[in-house]
Design a protein around this ligand. Sequence first.
Ligand SMILES: Cc1cc2nc3c(=O)[nH]c(=O)nc-3n(C[C@H](O)[C@H](O)[C@H](O)COP(=O)(O)OP(=O)(O)OC[C@H]3O[C@@H](n4cnc5c(N)ncnc54)[C@H](O)[C@@H]3O)c2cc1C
Length: 627
Amino acid sequence: MANFETVEVSTDLLILGGGFSGCGAATEAAYWAKKNNLKVTLVDKAALDRSGAVAMGLSAINQYVGIGDGDNTAEEYVQYVRQDLMGISREDLVYNIARHVDGTVHLFEKWGLKIWKDENGKYVHEGRWQLMINGESYKILIAEAAKNAIADAGGEIFERVFIVDPLMDGNKCVGAVGFSTRENKFYVFKAKAVIVGLGGAVHVFRPRSVGEGFGRSWYPPFNSGSSAYFTLQAGAEMTCQEVRFIPVRFKDAYGPVGAWFLLFKSRAISAQGGEYMVVRKEELNNWAPYGLAKPIPANLRNYLGMLDVDAGLGPLYMETHEAIQKIADEYKDDPKAFKKKMKELESEAWEDFLDMTISQAILWASMNVYPEQKHSEIAACEPYFIGSHSGASGAWVSGPEDLDTPYKWGYANMTTADGLFAVGDASGASSHKFSSGSHTEGRIAAKAAVKYIVEKGAEPKVDMAKVEELKAKILTPFELVEKNQNEFTDVEVNTHYIMPRQFLHRLQKIMDEYAGGVTSAFKTSKSLLERGLELMAMLKDDSDKQGARDLHELMRVWENNQRMWIAESHIRTMLFREETRWPGYYFRADTPKMDEQNWHCFANCRWNPASGEWEMMKRDVWNIPGV
Ligand SMILES: Cc1cc2nc3c(=O)[nH]c(=O)nc-3n(C[C@H](O)[C@H](O)[C@H](O)COP(=O)(O)OP(=O)(O)OC[C@H]3O[C@@H](n4cnc5c(N)ncnc54)[C@H](O)[C@@H]3O)c2cc1C
């Protein structure tokens, strides 16, 4: 702990996380801050250019409503999200993003993003809501705009600072603490309002890729549940912590399937050749009304494939060759045009991966896969927490001011902790924001947070004794190793501490076996969850015994602790909701049916910092009248 300098930073608005939502918040906040003479500070554990879920780039913008062109309405987007989330969504939040998202996409284009256009100058859609892009440098562009905006407003950006805990003054958030991942510096950020956009979580569950493939996952390994940990520690109410996301992707390198399903209209089949979406159609009746409406919710599509795997019909395959052939067949009478089309489709297929999941292209190349000749294996990934995509976990936030809803207690996107706002994966029950919607939500929250500061922002009261306590706690892993490492011949085997990797494996084993991970075929039950909680309590007991030899390991320790907290909230909420609503994401084998009468509601939770107890509660679902 010696040699750790404490660096204090005072600001008006503190933005935690420089991913898509954080960059959106920064761009917007800088504009309003400049007008009001306020300081904006942004902090990220990585370098903004390549941080977060969009680090590798993306091949599509998944939320564009097209209101100006009369293509769709914001109300239709609300219906789409309601349907995909089996009836459980915060329609006010979804609507608020949907009505603003197109403007964000137009900004992206202005900043230099190449959005595909057809011969009439109209955007090329991958599906109804998705636009095709040349997105290898998507994150760099969005980060550049945020950096420029902050510089222009005289703000500050801290890269490679890992945020751990909130600073609280009663129920009011007054800042955050963290440490540099490069130098021995402990950071204390004091702020009048805080926006949390620290992403979702991966590696809470044991991944399919273990051993030499460990770290490879669909969700980027950098996000470890920091958002959920932060809002839970602040005592904020959380929602949909049971709604994890399991994507079906190309197996082992997790390459995207969107372009195949939506653009190429490819079929997915079992090893026996049956198309599970057709063969198992009857099963959808059991999940009415959602199973019978279009589009079929992502979890139900997963579920039908999983039923094939359970019945021994796996592996599952994407019929890439058939899809390419079908499109090219339109040109079959003209051999030259046919050849040209085949080349074009082949290159689009590879580019889709090169834009966002380069490893899938490498895997295909190394396994001699020619997508135009042969199908490729697909599989359900391990569970992730990503409230901005097709999952829904995150903080329970206040809705937009102009809508008459039961969800208003403060400024837009403010959590139940005063002065603490949540965006992107950090805010719950408003799925399908994706990159563009997360950026939009960041902008909405930033404007509201500046308003909060102008109207209410008092100087932050920070208890420096508490800060010292947090500093000691956060740096303990160093002390454990320093004091005890010479007692044994192998520094990684010691009775006084465990290494972060060992701790992570134990967490993942609990989640995998008791909370419905891959090896449990995504099934769990009351008894399994209760046993899981007993084991989690013991794990929690050992969490302050993790050791670290350097700053990188210290980060690993705190990533683990954050994962452990989101894991506990997940188990508790699955236990609380006594039904199965999202088969294909998880299945409660002891309550195998959906129960609309008792569980058409949000399952919320809160960890009470004063008592250390968890509170579980139901909240009503409100539908926009007439939608
Ligand atoms: C594999 C994948 C494919 C996707 N495909 C598409 C697509 O095709 N189209 C689309 O529109 N959307 C897509 N999305 C969704 C999109 O990426 C997310 O919706 C969006 O990135 C969410 O924004 P965010 O700000 O919440 O999180 P992120 O963008 O992930 O940002 C989180 C930020 O927090 C930082 N951070 C995390 N922990 C800490 C900490 N403790 N301290 C400091 N900083 C921290 C990270 O470094 C990062 O910069 C995809 C997502 C994934 C994972």
